[in-house]
Design a protein around this ligand. Structure first.
Ligand code: NAD
Ligand code: 3PG
Length: 540
């Protein structure tokens, strides 16, 4: 049973799927304060939040249990994603579910700003009738500059065109073609400053966008510009904005988001209109984000299907059918490799050949890293923090992908090495048959990866196979399959057996006493794959 803490006000209707799911137990504390959250966070597997809660590294230090932080909305700037990644916690959001709400709010703000509606309303509330004071401007025939042409920026652009505005768009990912298809002009930030009557921002808050609209930018804008920020507090520098409003360079501004939420009393000006972060606050958007997040939580924890994770590659239910057998094979290849290598390798190399190389193999690579690192670091490693732990432990990692086939339709090889030695394990998935380990170092074999494998290196002379069979039989262990590979007749050879139960120390000692046997290793593999599976190591 997974325990979920809903630590913000989230639509009940949207959460229904999660609440009705027998595997999830939900606690809702929408107004929880940071201290209480810190005290109880370790009781939960999942934390669902909006922008009210700040997830800090310090908060995450209080939990060993949390696996998933679900942001019912877009912005994850209130979550220390790097800290979550280090702890192996997946962070997901619900992009797109509140796009229309945010675009419509931007337009509501722009119209309210143009026609001074909030000011006129306040005046009438104190029984005044000041018609000339509240003369506004039209949107028709004006130029709007949109900074950030993502989902919301695009919806704002469409609406601006319906108002017959000239639309300038700036976004590092906006191409000329895309701009043309949208019927807008691709512009630079400076061109937006020089030509826009309205500027609206729709980027995330990043190092680059923090204070993007600052004093120096406001020195370049057209006098009388109106600025709208429904994206994130801080993208428009609040002090510079107040100065711009005071000097008249900025005729009006509309803010839905603030550096501090709620903002301090100093953030006031007669030409500044504000709303308390309401961009996503429509009934429809809240139901949609909560519904999307509920499904994502269920999919991740129940089906290992990941969409919209900030710190994990996507592995949706649709492509899971293809990828799941490879996930298990990758994990098993890594488990075999590290049980051979035993020490921590200095270098990890992965080679993908054939059709698999055309897929996004990142999740397979992470699975192998997890398989390798967890041998020494135990259960602190998962797919989320795999790369981080790799770097932290100073290991080098390289991937090579080659669509050409080398004997198999698909082939995955993992090589672990340090300055002294290396180990290579290769595996494939045979259509309609299942996975096979087909290479151990220089030896070609054909072994179905099962829970208990026994690897024996020996001289290729008569009698060894019989001796191995009788030692194992004497210990009442049934042999499932036996595969032999050799480099040359009478040279060195290997034998890989699948056993119905793990061989004990007595078997290994008896085998090692045989003169022709050079090495014996019992390899324990996990069967059945789950992102959160801990490998069941059988150390030899
Ligand atoms: N006020 C609200 O309640 C509310 C609601 C929803 C979203 N938002 C915020 O709106 C913002 C946009 O959301 P979205 O869903 O459109 O996201 P999105 O990811 O679809 O679009 C963001 C766009 O910003 C662009 N961008 C990034 N850095 C940039 C830069 N330096 N200059 C120009 N463009 C840059 C990206 O290329 C991307 O196209 C986010 O910050 C989100 O948190 C606020
Ligand atoms: O990033 C978002 O999705 C918006 O800012 C909405 O935030 P909220 O969920 O706190 O309303």
């Amino acid at each position: 049973m997974y325990r979920v803490l809903v630590a913000d006000s989230i639509s009940d209707k949207g959460l229904r799927a999660l609440e009705e799911h027998p595997q999830f137990l939900i606690d809702k504390i929408p107004q929880i304060d940071p201290e209480e959250l810190k005290n109880i966070i370790n009781q939960y597997d999942v934390l669902i939040i909006r922008s009210r809660i700040t997830v800090t590294e310090e908060l995450l230090e209080n939990t060993q249990r949390l696996r998933l932080i679900a942001r019912a909305g877009v912005g994850v700037d209130n979550i220390d994603v790097a800290a979550a990644t280090r702890k192996g916690i997946i962070v997901v959001n619900s992009p797109g579910a509140n796009t229309i709400a945010a675009a419509e709010h931007t337009f509501a703000m722009m119209l309210a700003l143009a026609r001074k509606i909030p000011q006129a309303y306040s005046s009438m509330q104190v029984n005044r009738w000041e018609r000339s004071k509240f003369q506004g401007v039209e949107l028709f025939d004006k130029t709007i500059g949109i900074i950030g042409m993502g989902k919301i920026g695009i919806e704002v652009a469409k609406r601006a065109k319906a108002f017959q505005m000239t639309v300038l768009g700036y976004d590092p990912f906006l191409t000329e073609d895309r701009a043309k298809n949208l019927g807008i002009k691709k512009a630079t930030l400076d061109e937006i400053a020089f030509h826009s009557d309205f500027i609206t921002i729709h980027t995330p808050l990043t190092k680059e966008t923090n204070s993007l609209i600052d004093r120096s930018y406001l020195e370049k804008v057209k006098r009388g510009v109106r600025i709208i920020n429904c994206a994130r507090g801080g993208i428009v520098n609040e002090e510079a904005l107040l100065e711009g409003l005071e000097s008249g360079i900025v005729a009006g501004a509309a803010l839905d988001v603030f550096v501090q939420e709620p903002p301090g009393p100093e953030l006031k000006h007669p030409n500044l209109i504000v709303t308390p972060h309401l961009g996503a606050s429509t009934k429809e958007a809240q139901e949609k984000v909560a519904k999307e997040i509920s499904q994502e939580v269920i999919d991740i924890l129940e089906y290992d299907s990941i969409r919209n994770a900030i710190n994990m590659p996507d592995i949706s239910l649709e492509n899971q059918q293809t990828m799941k057998p490879y996930l298990q094979l990758s994990e098993q290849i890594a488990q075999i490799a590290i049980q051979f290598f035993k020490e921590a390798p200095e270098k990890i190399e992965v080679f993908y050949h054939g059709e698999i190389a055309d897929n996004d193999t990142e999740v397979l690579s992470r699975t192998m890293i997890k398989g390798i690192l967890s041998y020494h670091l135990s259960d602190t490693v998962n797919l989320v923090n795999a790369h981080h732990l790799l770097k932290e432990n100073g290991l080098s990692f390289a991937v090579q992908r080659n669509a050409s086939k080398i004997g198999f339709t698909n082939y995955i090889e993992l090589k672990l090495s340090n300055r002294q030695r290396s180990v290579s394990i290769g595996g494939t998935l045979l259509d309609g048959i299942g996975s096979r380990i087909v290479k151990i170092n220089e030896y070609q074999i054909d072994v179905r990866p099962e829970q208990n494998l026994l690897y024996i290196k020996h001289h290729d002379i008569p009698g060894v196979i019989g001796r191995v069979g009788s030692v194992i039989g004497d210990h009442q262990i049934n042999i499932g399959t036996m595969q032999v590979g050799r480099s040359e007749i009478g040279g060195e050879a290997i034998m890989v057996l699948t056993l119905d139960k793990a061989a004990d120390d007595g078997v290994l000692a008896a085998l090692k006493e045989t003169a022709a046997i050079k090495d014996v290793k019992l390899l324990g593999l996990s069967t059945g794959y789950s992102f959160f599976n801990k490998p069941s190591w059988v150390k030899v």
